[in-house]
Design a binder for this molecule. Structure first.
Ligand code: AHG
Ligand code: MN
Ligand code: MN
Length: 431
């Protein structure tokens, strides 16, 4: 027999921590599992989903990402909208595989360096690399052809963009952005996080989040002249922005020594897949990821900004550097400068990652909608904590309530990681 299957009926995903051990019993492979997943993290999540059960797992193929997504929809028959999400997730998966290959091949394919040889600037004033632009196109196209998307917001787009449809002749647009009436979902993404590192072969990633479209975005042609202005369009799109606890799916794909896809469906559990490059499939390698409440003594922050930090933060970091914090251990610094890589390590080993606000940049650098919120979703799903500079949960920050007026590109100070480390850091602000 070519394949052997697990015969246990216990959920393959019910365990936490390291890989489930497989024990061969003749032609049958048993998956041993441990504890039940933690109860629903918080009542305010959009969904309280049943985790899929994998009674049979192929010893050679494992549980693929596509199977996980399909089974997730099957395990929740009372939520038929999840079926529609299958093609969206297939698109995200496909885009991440393509981006992984583009990044890996870039030194040979001429895709290193700056867009247009320099001078291409995105709306946030950052110089775009060739790969920033290409990876944005890859994701946008993948999602567009699902026919399920209403709106996309990306780091590399000035404004959220709607998906093309046959309403093109209804309105004349100042911008070439059109809404899809049948769209059900809103996607937010950072196509290539850490792109400043990419030419040096340092880890990069894609961050993504999928929301349900709250309501069809109705465009109001204010002065009735048949021309929808950018502002009118922006208002309509702005209505689609939601807080992170309304994410249906959030996650990231890390392009490093291996390509790893980590996601949470519904925010209750966090699953890690690794790209099997020979087969071309993501395979579940880290079921039910759990971040230790106190893991390795690691802090991860750009210390060059220390001179501009809050005194509370300076005191906290100095204390743990000296080994005088709650654990009594001397903390080490680890900072890649690629959020996906730094968060992935934090998820696996524990510790604290931060991009704080400071006197120069009070809101820090990271963007709420497509960097901070999906990462907070993942970290909380794995049992960790993610807070802003004021200590509020990042998942509860309403992006429509943006004092900075940056809309989809609103920035927010971020601290995330092991629960006890985040709480210890916050305690310095409460003294
Ligand atoms: P991006 O490449 O998408 O603009 O994001 C880079 C971000 C993030 O990945 C990282 O945590 C941070 O910028 C690093 O910034 P500093 O160089 O200021 O530390
Ligand atoms: Mn980024
Ligand atoms: Mn980016």
């Amino acid at each position: 027999m070519l394949f052997a299957f697990a015969s246990t009926t216990t959920s393959f995903l019910a365990g936490s921590g390291p890989l489930p051990r497989t024990v061969s019993t003749g032609a049958t492979v048993r998956m041993t599992v441990t504890a039940e997943p933690e109860a629903a993290k918080s009542a305010e999540l959009l969904y309280d989903l049943n985790e899929p059960v994998f009674p049979e797992v192929c010893e050679f193929a494992g549980v693929t990402l596509s199977r996980y997504v399909l089974e997730m929809a099957r395990a929740n028959p009372d939520k038929p909208e999840l079926n529609e999400l299958v093609s969206v997730m297939t698109a995200v998966e496909r885009a991440c595989k393509t981006i992984s290959s583009l990044v890996r091949r870039s030194p040979m394919s001429g895709l290193t360096g700056l867009q247009e040889g320099g001078g291409a600037i995105n709306v946030q004033g950052e110089e775009q690399k060739k790969l920033d632009v290409i990876t944005n196109t890859v994701l946008k196209n993948a999602l567009k052809f699902t026919g399920k998307m209403g709106v996309l917001a990306s780091e590399e787009e000035d404004e959220p963009v709607g998906m093309e449809d046959d309403r093109a002749d209804t309105y004349k647009w100042e911008k070439e952005v059109i809404l899809e009436e049948s769209g059900k979902f809103v996607a937010v993404f950072d196509p290539l996080d850490g792109s400043s590192n990419v030419d040096a072969n340092i880890p990069t990633g894609t961050i993504f989040g999928i929301f349900e479209e709250p309501e069809a975005c109705e465009v109001i042609d204010g002065n009735g002249d048949g021309v929808v202005t950018n502002d009118e369009f922006k208002d309509c799109m702005g209505a689609t922005m939601q807080a992170g606890n309304k994410l249906v799916v959030g996650g990231y794909c890390l392009y490093s020594a291996a390509t790893e896809f980590v996601m949470s469906f519904g925010g209750k559990t966090c699953q890690g897949f690794t790209l099997d490059e020979q087969v071309g499939e993501f395979v579940l390698t880290k079921p039910n990821m759990q971040i230790p409440a106190r893991g390795k003594p690691i802090y991860s922050v750009n210390e060059a900004n220390r001179w501009a930090w809050d005194p509370e933060l300076t005191e906290y970091i100095t204390t743990i550097q000296k080994g005088e914090g709650e654990t009594g251990k001397q903390y080490s610094a680890r900072y890649i400068g690629s959020m996906v890589g730094d968060v992935h390590r934090t998820l696996l080993y524990g510790g604290i990652f931060g991009y704080p606000g400071d006197s120069k940049n009070p809101n820090g650098k990271l963007r709420l909608l497509y960097e901070a919120a999906p990462m907070a979703f993942i970290v909380e799903a794995a049992g960790g904590a993610a807070v802003s500079g004021k200590g509020e949960r990042i998942l509860e920050i309403d992006p429509t309530d943006d004092p900075t007026g940056r809309g989809v590109h609103q920035r927010v100070p971020v601290f995330l990681g092991s629960k006890d480390d985040v709480a210890e850091m916050r305690s310095y602000y409460k003294k």
